[in-house]
Design a protein around this ligand. Structure first.
Ligand code: NDP
Ligand code: MG
Length: 380
């Protein structure tokens, strides 16, 4: 049997670990050839012992000596260069980009240039550099298969009927504070925000889900993946997270994608596309799921969603700036340095101060990202 040869960048995170579970479940059909993480040497080494990749990479240079000492005979690399080396390993067929944040941009573009199929969990890469990344994928004839549950759902609903598409309906759980009043929102802490009602995810995306910035990032992600204008992307709160998203066709037909909220399903689909294999996830019992509800998002309480629509519509370097400011804001919130409502406030301020460059190249996007981080820090 021919094995799928996979590299995972961000293997120690929530998506990375679940991808390795999927791979273990089908161990006779997958071969892990590269694993990369940020700083968690201990877990990376454990994974390397179990999956025996050809190479492992650690993003944080300072952790390299520790990795080198622990990794035994496996090849070790470090830093951005190391991640890019992993992304272009000759024997790899598919690269799963599962890092959190704009740090995913360079490994993704490197993997595309090397002709690898991309399974993309890292939405920040498309938010910051979507025009460039999609164009590059077209030039190199590379498929970008979404891992994000909504986009995986949309990808599966559209199939080859994109020309009949009217609207995309992105569903959102609404996060843990969907029923909070404004004065309650001002007092929420990082610990409270880290308790997501439906999904167990990394810290950054969990905070983004609480502010609705995650849905905003997903709007921009959908725009790039499916080539759909912003006025044809709708967001609807669906607290049960059973419908993962819907598409509406010009004849009035809606197609929705349903399933239990378990990321192993869209992760596996991205790794096996266009095939479907059996899954370790539980199957959905529609009767047990009960009522499915839909509500308008409240952008007065959760303004981040509108910031993202505005950034996406304006385009150029603005989405990269919004994304970088948001990464910094989430970090500060997690450390207790700013309040919950200050996240969108401060992101909006950085966006206002930015002079947008239209049609930026990769260097200008990375510069805009760095500028936004500095600008954010100067606002503290
Ligand atoms: P986590 O925070 O759980 O994991 C992030 C991973 O990236 C870790 O392996 C981390 O390594 C690694 N990493 C961080 N910084 C660097 C760096 N500088 N160089 C190399 N590796 C780095 O995030 P998630 O798994 O939750 O999310 C990953 C991406 O997937 C995000 O873009 C998120 O939006 C998206 N996504 C996640 C979903 C989920 O259910 N979790 C659902 C849909 C999308 P280390 O552990 O060593 O720090
Ligand atoms: Mg999602």
């Amino acid at each position: 049997m021919i094995k799928h040869k996979v590299v995972i960048i961000g293997s120690t995170g929530s998506i990375g670990e679940q991808a390795l579970e999927v791979i273990s479940h089908h161990s006779e059909r997958f071969q892990v050839v590269g694993l990369g993480a940020g700083r968690n040497v201990k877990r990376l080494v454990e994974q390397a012992r179990q999956f025996r990749p050809r190479a492992v990479a650690i993003g944080e240079q300072s952790h390299y000596p520790h990795l080198r000492q622990q990794a035994g005979s496996v090849e070790t690399v470090a830093g951005e260069e190391g991640l890019c080396y992993l992304a272009s390993l000759e024997e790899a067929d598919l690269v799963l980009v599962a890092v959190s944040g704009a740090v995913g941009i360079l490994p993704t573009t490197t993997a595309i240039k090397a002709g690898k199929t991309i399974a993309l969990a890292n939405k920040e890469t498309l938010v910051a550099a979507g025009d460039l990344v999609m164009k590059l994928a077209g030039v190199h004839g590379v498929a970008i298969i979404p891992v994000d549950s909504e986009h995986s759902a949309i990808f599966q609903c559209i199939r080859d009927e994109g020309k009949y598409l009217k609207n995309i309906w992105l569903t959102a759980s609404g996060g843990p504070f969907r029923d909070y009043r404004p004065q309650e929102l001002s007092a929420v802490t990082a610990d409270m925000a880290l308790q997501h009602p439906n999904w167990n995810m990394g810290k950054k995306i969990t905070i983004d889900s609480a502010t609705l910035m995650n849905k905003g990032l997903e709007v921009i992600e959908a725009h790039h993946l499916f080539g759909v204008d912003y006025d044809r992307i709708r967001v609807v709160i669906h607290r049960q997270s059973i419908i993962h998203s819907m598409v509406e066709f010009i004849d009035g037909a809606f197609i929705a994608h349903l399933g239990v909220p378990d990321m192993r399903i869209p992760i596996q689909y991205a790794l096996t596309y266009p095939e479907r294999w059996d899954s370790p996830a539980l199957s959905l019992n529609p009767v047990a799921a009960g009522q499915l509800q839909f509500e308008e998002p409240d952008t007065s309480r959760f303004p981040a969603l509108e910031l993202a629509f505005a950034a996406g519509k304006k385009g150029g370097t603005l989405p990269a700036v919004m994304n970088a400011a948001n990464e910094e804001a989430v970090n500060c919130f997690l450390r207790g340095r700013i309040g919950f409502l200050e996240i969108p406030e401060k992101v909006a301020r950085v966006m206002e101060l930015h002079r947008v460059i239209n049609h930026p190249d990769l260097r200008q996007i990375l510069e805009a990202d760095a500028w936004a981080r500095e600008c954010f820090k100067s606002q503290l």
